[in-house]
Design a protein around this ligand. Structure first.
Ligand code: ASP
Length: 354
């Protein structure tokens, strides 16, 4: 079978850099289905029609579309594997990568890719738009142009960004720290527990101290990821009947708990028993907080402490998006429970504070 190749859309003699844009879908490239009055993903091979001045950047640009472009609400982990395969295939040919992605699940994808590509030494910048590029007020144009500059920029011959990031509405954020926080306005993303990596205005101001440094080892591409996980958000009134199908489900290997405040959960005996039984069966339980700022502190309250005594792993200030993808990645790549637990407890690639 013939392999899909990138479509070169701009090529210069002495470019500032070479960037591969990987298009996965999302509002950025959507068009209106007039009869249904809804937005649907669209093939983006005519991207340049919407960016007539792109050549001014002096960056070589190529475009690659994944097999099935999607509204990112239809995202599944096999798209992450496809992205890793594409980036591995073209890693040495480009200085940086842009992934055009729907905003709804962009933070999940950016987190997943950050775990799946170890020792990343080039920028992978996710971007998208709240309004399709075909609309006059679209944010797609500004987002893509600045993302392209960021993906091509170097300092003394080395990329400035050596990590997976999200560029949106003038700010660059660490991908595995970001959250979609806004569905109506253009400022769709924030990273509540980590400073922004750069801000674009007249210049691009990088926060050099907050960026990850150059990797210490060779880049590695991991393609194993599992979906045998669940997220349980606690709420007052939660019942045993509601939780049993999740905690006793034999195909669930990991659970992200969204607990209250600094990591607290009910101390009802039935709840603690469900946790204990699941942990004894080998299920990994990772505790995050429903608060978007701050961290889970295992020993602050009695209601939190007992869970840790049972073996629940505290996720400090990790986002739920990063927690679930970290769990999917670790369960797919390691068998030893102690290794998984230790990696969950500690930072792998900037997703949680030390
Ligand atoms: N539903 C769209 C998506 O995530 C929203 C967007 O792109 O902004 O694909």
């Amino acid at each position: 079978m013939e392999e899909n190749v990138p479509l070169s859309i701009l090529s210069f003699k002495n470019p500032l850099g070479k960037v591969l844009i990987i298009y996965t879908g999302g509002t950025f490239g959507m068009v209106k289905n007039q009869s249904a009055d809804t937005l649907e993903p669209y093939n983006l091979s005519s991207l340049l029609d919407y960016f007539p001045d792109l050549h001014q950047l002096n960056i070589n640009v190529a475009l690659f579309e994944i097999a099935n472009i999607i509204d990112s609400s239809n995202l599944s982990p096999n798209v992450w594997v496809e992205l890793v395969v594409v980036i591995e295939r073209f890693y040495s040919a480009y200085d940086g990568f842009i992934i055009i992605h729907g905003t709804d699940t962009m933070a999940y994808s950016a987190s997943a890719i950050s775990f799946m590509i170890e020792n990343l030494g080039k920028p992978i910048v996710f971007t998208g738009a709240q309004l399709p590029v075909s609309m006059i007020r679209s944010d797609a144009r500004d987002n893509l142009i600045s993302a392209l500059e960021i993906a091509a920029l170097k300092n003394n011959g080395n990329p400035i960004v050596n990590e997976v990031a999200i560029y949106f509405n003038n700010i660059l954020l660490r991908g595995n720290r970001a959250k979609k926080v806004e569905s109506s306005h253009f400022d769709a993303f924030e990273s509540p527990n980590y400073p922004m990596l750069a801000e674009t205005g007249i210049n691009i101001d990088f926060q050099y101290d907050d960026l990850l440094g150059r990797p210490k080892g060779e880049v590695q591409f991991h393609k194993q990821i599992v979906d045998q996980v669940a997220v349980v958000k606690l709420f007052p009134g939660i019942t045993e009947t509601y939780l049993i199908p999740i905690f006793e489900n034999k195909s669930i290997r990991g659970i992200v708990l969204e607990s209250f405040g600094s990591g607290n959960a009910p101390s009802f005996p039935w709840f603690l028993q469900l946790i204990e039984n699941a942990i004894n069966r080998g299920v990994v339980i990772y505790n995050t907080s429903q608060c978007i700022k701050g961290m889970v502190s295992p020993n602050r309250y009695e209601t939190g402490k007992v869970m840790y005594e049972l073996g629940v792993i505290p996720g400090k200030d990790i986002t739920v998006e990063a927690a679930i993808t970290k769990l999917m990645f670790l369960l797919g790549n390691y068998d030893d429970h102690n290794i998984i637990a230790s990696k969950l407890r500690n930072d792998i690639c900037g997703e949680m504070s030390e």
